[in-house]
Design a protein around this ligand. Structure first.
Ligand SMILES: [Zn+2]
Length: 76
């Protein structure tokens, strides 16, 4: 499914399981909240771990072009 990153900010929402890898993956800590839009919704809110930020090419590209927001996250 095609999705687009709207924003990535430091994790503050109430989600306790990694939205990318699922509760079973045991990702900890969650470090960022990601807002996506896709074909089904223009506001999908995720909470993700550092691994997702490192491994997801869309996230890496977004953070490269948003250095202020990137600086507000823990180093990854
Ligand atoms: Zn994860």
């Amino acid at each position: 499914m095609e999705s687009r990153i709207v924003s990535i900010v430091a994790h503050v929402n109430a989600t306790h399981a990694c939205s990318a890898h699922g509760a079973g993956a045991g990702c900890a800590p969650l470090i960022a909240d990601v807002v996506l839009c896709d074909a089904g919704s223009d506001h999908v809110e995720w909470a993700v771990c550092a691994r997702w930020l490192r491994e997801n090419s869309d996230a890496r590209a977004w953070l490269r072009t948003h250095p202020v927001e990137a600086a507000g996250l823990d180093p990854v």
